[in-house]
Write a protein that binds this ligand. Structure first.
Ligand code: ATP
Ligand code: MG
Length: 139
């Protein structure tokens, strides 16, 4: 039914669960999967070499987030691609959906944010509000 799934992860428990569900879906539906994580832009006022250090650090952390999610996804029959992007997360995720024509997005209800009382995180809220395709939120 869904052939081109995007899963977004930030290293949180919810996102790891979303990755597990995305793996299940990809196996059941023989779908392609795109795994995306977004890191915060580095402020340019840091100047060199601090700017490069900060970037390297963010990139390394993002790679760890990707590796953790890949473990949860497991083997899938279709293609599995990964993207590490910079920006505000929801905007970057929405841009990827637009560019790649994903037909399903899977995310966590919550992420790494500390306001645990909230029902939905701000990033999942924005994606649900603006995505052109169905969004599955995993808790
Ligand atoms: P907030 O960020 O509003 O304080 P939160 O961190 O609890 O709250 P969100 O950031 O909306 O909630 O996280 C919900 C889901 O969105 C995560 O489980 C993950 O799937 C996705 N997500 C959040 N941040 C990122 C990110 N930087 N890169 C990729 N996916 C993300
Ligand atoms: Mg968050």
């Amino acid at each position: 039914m869904y052939k081109n799934i995007l899963v977004a992860v930030d290293g949180s428990e919810h996102a790891l669960k979303a990755a597990r569900v995305a793996g299940e879906f990809a196996r059941q539906m023989q779908a392609e999967l795109r795994l995306v994580t977004v890191y915060e832009p580095v402020p340019t006022y840091l100047g060199e070499p601090n700017l490069q250090h900060a970037l390297d650090e963010r990139f390394a952390l993002a790679q760890q987030v990707i590796d953790g999610a890949l473990q949860e996804i497991g083997e899938i029959p279709g293609e599995l691609k990964t993207d590490v992007l910079e920006g505000p997360a929801a905007e970057a995720i929405l841009a990827v959906i637009e560019a790649r024509n994903n037909d399903l997005v899977i995310m966590g209800t919550r992420g790494l944010g500390r306001l645990t009382g909230l029902l939905l995180g701000s990033q999942s809220q924005k994606v649900v509000a603006h995505a052109p395709c169905p969004v599955l939120l995993v808790r």
